[in-house]
Design a binder for this molecule. Structure first.
Ligand code: SAH
Ligand code: DHB
Ligand code: MG
Length: 229
């Protein structure tokens, strides 16, 4: 089954998921700098880009920059006045991303904030930062449930929250080993998404990785107007 999944993934990626030169270069620079290759796969990158394009965002928030690969895809969907703020706790990752943004000529549209995302998000809420049109969550999985509260706080009605990696790599589906903090965090997050009265969500399953594993990209809209429907 995994083999067939891998074939489907390759069949989709070959014609639909080519990286523009700036993204290819960003991946090369990230690899050369020794960053882990845990950026979104190309099919997820193309999907978040198209979803962002649909939203026509003026303000995007990303939680988890790494080398800036997903940020470059999201920034491609910004209009000339649009801005993306991306949060990263590793100085080395932020430095590689900064160079990648410079090379891609998008430095003026992307702001990297260095620090622990929880602290940075709390600060943003405290200073009443303007809400975001789109939020991409892709940082430490054990804290996804905490990040959700911050994300809702930084949203307006209609904000699109995209969440990477909603199917953990390990363990029984829906039944994490209690010692696996990441899986526990993700399944708790999925439950919050499903039950939250202010949110409408669906995790879209996607085939990822060399082996054709199934993961999911979370699609969430905050506070829709017609709640009675
Ligand atoms: N979105 C990136 C991949 C992010 S990987 C892409 O697709 O290109 C996850 C990133 O989150 C890593 O760079 C990691 O250093 C960062 N991270 C992990 N925990 C964090 C935290 N508490 N605060 C801020 N960043 C964090
Ligand atoms: C991994 C993958 C991710 O998409 C991520 O955000 C963090 C880690 C991984 O494969 O380990
Ligand atoms: Mg991810």
């Amino acid at each position: 089954m995994q083999e067939r999944n891998r074939q489907v993934k390759d069949y989709i990626c070959t014609p639909f998921c080519e990286d523009p030169p700036a993204m290819e270069e960003a991946l090369k620079k990230s690899r050369e700098a020794g960053l882990k290759e845990i950026q979104v796969p190309q099919n997820v990158a193309k999907a978040i880009y198209l979803l962002a394009k649909l939203v026509q965002p003026k303000r995007i928030l990303e939680i988890g920059t790494l080398g800036g690969y997903s940020a470059l895809w999201l920034a491609k969907a910004l209009g000339p006045e649009g801005k993306l703020i991306t949060l990263e706790c590793e100085a080395k990752h932020a430095q590689v991303a900064k160079e990648n943004f410079y090379f891609a000529n998008v430095s003026d549209q992307i702001e990297i904030r260095l620090g622990d995302a929880s602290i940075l998000l709390e600060e943003m809420i405290k200073v009443k930062e303007a809400p975001f049109d789109l939020i991409f969550l892709d940082a430490d999985k054990d804290r996804y449930p905490d990040y959700l509260k911050f994300c809702i706080n930084l949203s307006r009605p209609g904000t699109l929250i995209l969440s990477d990696n909603l199917i953990p790599k390990r363990g029984e589906i829906g039944q994490p080993d209690p010692r696996d903090n990441e899986a526990v965090g993700i399944y708790a997050y999925n439950q919050l998404l499903a039950e939250h009265p202010q949110l409408e969500s669906i995790p879209l399953s996607m085939i990822v990785g060399e082996k054709g594993r199934v993961d999911a990209l979370g699609l969430t809209i905050v506070n829709v107007a017609n709640e009675d429907f």
